[in-house]
Design a protein around this ligand. Structure first.
Ligand SMILES: [Zn+2]
Length: 391
């Protein structure tokens, strides 16, 4: 994963909005170069230092072409050098700025209870100006100890921004994305410094309790609040808080949902663990589009199952109460209730390690879950289009 993502998560910089700028690459072109031998590669290495050529892909002699990015000023000289060495080359991207418009915006929504910046990325080919495009909203680490969920969001960003494959162009052309990798940074930090298995936020309300901190963010939403699958004990893991949206962290998610509710077609609230794709409501009431919810969720589960490790369980898909347990005040239910057609809880695999999934599984989870996400994006897009064509 790249420097960009490390910076994004690592620094939690304080700028309000930063757009990725590609204007400086206006007129830069990218060329494929056929490599016959190691000496051809050396020619490219030399161009790198002498003519400021950027080697995008090193390539491999006789099997894989190299790719070089060339500035307008140096283009003629670079071509002369390639031609002098009888190296075949061709245009891959005629103008990098045009090919990669600035389509990533970092948004700082506000501070956590303890004052940490909470951020999300907006990814859009039209800077969110095309109101006819649906939005895919995804978030992770609402529960602090579920560390393996954040890499999935980062990998999604990676695949949409840094490593967009030709077969995935539709995911950017048709859909805008909002991705919040860490909903609950206070709890996340606390799992590193104090208690690895901490689940809640880290808020402190002395009028409620002077000994226990935090609430279960995924019971804190204003939907059937404090009715099912919760404890009134402020020290309990599933304490929902003294009132709906008592936590700044859940208020930020709410605000995103409400701000873009006309366009959010799918909300994926990512958790760990258990291999589930779940939908509302936590009290067993089914949303009116339950068949569609099941269709899209089942397609995701099936896609991931086809790619899973042998030791992983199969995904189970269904109503969160019927398949797993009763709950109230969940993000999934809130999203559904305020009008997101496809609102899900995703429980990633635990491989028997529960919340302590070892890092060596991250790559597998990222890859298989990305494929599942792509399936849900495409299917829910078809439903979006069908609905909009009718109205
Ligand atoms: Zn969770």
């Amino acid at each position: 994963m790249s420097v960009f993502l490390v910076l994004f998560v690592g620094t939690l910089v304080n700028s309000v909005i930063v757009s990725a700028k590609n204007d400086i690459y206006s007129g830069y072109s990218v060329h494929g170069v056929q490599l016959r031998s190691r000496s051809d590669q050396i020619v490219l290495y030399n161009l790198q230092s002498e003519l400021n050529v950027d080697l995008w892909e090193y390539g491999a002699p006789s099997t894989r072409d190299a790719y070089i990015m060339v500035s307008p000023e140096n283009r003629a000289e670079v071509f002369d050098m390639l031609d002098a060495n009888n190296m075949k080359h061709y245009v891959h991207l005629p103008d990098v700025a045009k090919e990669n418009p600035s389509y990533v915006t970092l948004v700082n929504v506000g501070e956590s209870f303890e004052g940490r910046a909470i951020k999300y990325l907006k990814i859009s080919t039209s800077n969110f100006s095309n109101s006819s495009k649906p939005i895919y909203l995804m978030d992770a680490t609402m529960h602090a100890r579920e560390w393996v969920t954040t890499p999935v969001t980062l990998y999604t960003i990676h695949r949409l921004v840094e490593d967009l494959k030709a077969e995935d162009f539709d995911l950017l052309e048709n859909i805008d994305w909002i991705i919040m990798p860490i909903v609950n940074p206070d709890g996340y930090v606390y799992t590193h410094t104090d208690e690895r298995l901490w689940r809640g936020t880290r808020s402190y309300y002395p009028t409620v309790s002077t000994t226990c901190y935090g609430v279960d963010a995924n019971r804190n939403f204003d939907i059937n609040f404090n009715t099912l699958g919760v404890s009134s004990n402020p020290c309990a893991l599933n304490y929902p808080g003294h009132e709906p949206f008592s936590e700044p962290e859940t208020r930020y998610v709410r605000d995103i949902l409400l701000k873009y509710i006309d366009r959010i077609q799918i909300y994926m609230n990512i958790h760990s663990h258990g291999n589930y794709v779940l939908y509302g409501y936590g009290n067993t009431t089914l949303p009116s589009n339950a068949v569609q919810l099941h269709h899209v969720g089942a397609a995701m589960g099936a896609k991931i199952d086809a790619l899973k490790l042998p030791e992983a369980g199969y995904y189970r898909v269904g109503n969160s109460h019927l398949v797993l347990y009763g709950s109230s005040g969940s993000a999934q239910d809130y999203g559904q209730a305020v009008g997101v057609p496809f609102s899900y809880t995703l429980e990633l695999p635990g491989y028997g390690y529960g919340f302590l999934v070892p890092p060596e599984f991250i790559e597998q989870i990222n890859a298989e879950t990305w494929q599942g996400i792509a399936v849900t994006a495409r299917l829910s897009y078809l439903y979006y289009r069908a609905r909009n064509e009718r109205t």
